[in-house]
Design a protein around this ligand. Sequence first.
Ligand code: PEP
Length: 252
Amino acid sequence: MRRPVIAGNWKMFKTRGEAVTFIEELKPRVANVTHCEVVVAPPFTALADAAQAAKGSGIGIAAQDVHWDAEGAHTGDVSPKMLLDAGCSHVIIGHSERRHDHGETDEEVNRKLKAALAAGLTPIVCVGETLEERESNQTQQVLQRQFQGGFAGLTPSEFSRIIMAYEPVWAIGTGRTATPEQAQESHAYLRELARAQFGEERAQAVRILYGGSVKPENIKGLMAQQDLDGALVGGASLKVGSFAGIIDYPAA
Ligand code: PEP
């Protein structure tokens, strides 16, 4: 039985104060939620305050990136140990905005992933194709390349500690959501890749979130898909009302 995860990616939004206000307002809305795990990913500067505010609430705190080294001369980067120190339980790795804005490669994703696992963080690893790739029928090829590169050298037991996120780039921040059927097709393919590399048991257990313009209005149809185990939400996670509306998908 895979426990769904609803995770909010705040990107470069919210000051420390805004993050704390959000968490204080979200806490009563999720106090009785047992059907899914709830995670939010504030920017680096707000992580410690958000984690402090979330203490005891069951809300997980994720960073949006991590460096693979424990420390060193890497200006602007943050290590797994620093994320733990700030109170993080999760970390997003390989988001398409990092792949595109910062030229992040599958090999770097793999190094970050291994470092996060070694530190005891739960990685949320993002994969997904661009519009051009989808329109030239390369979706599965791209997912295969990102999967095999990103998860290279992992043991099945390490793989079992990962959350995956399928985020078609053309659906991120565009208002254009993949149809539930399009999402299901890619999720099933990712599970097939997991089966081939890590075996049936791990493939059945891994949670695969969908990301790309998820809103309270479309979450229910997405969650009805067999291989879809939650959502990574950008824009709609910035307001407590819409984020809580997504979390409450069974009632939608
Ligand atoms: C994201 O940034 O991971 C995302 C899915 O964004 P949005 O929900 O705004 O499309």
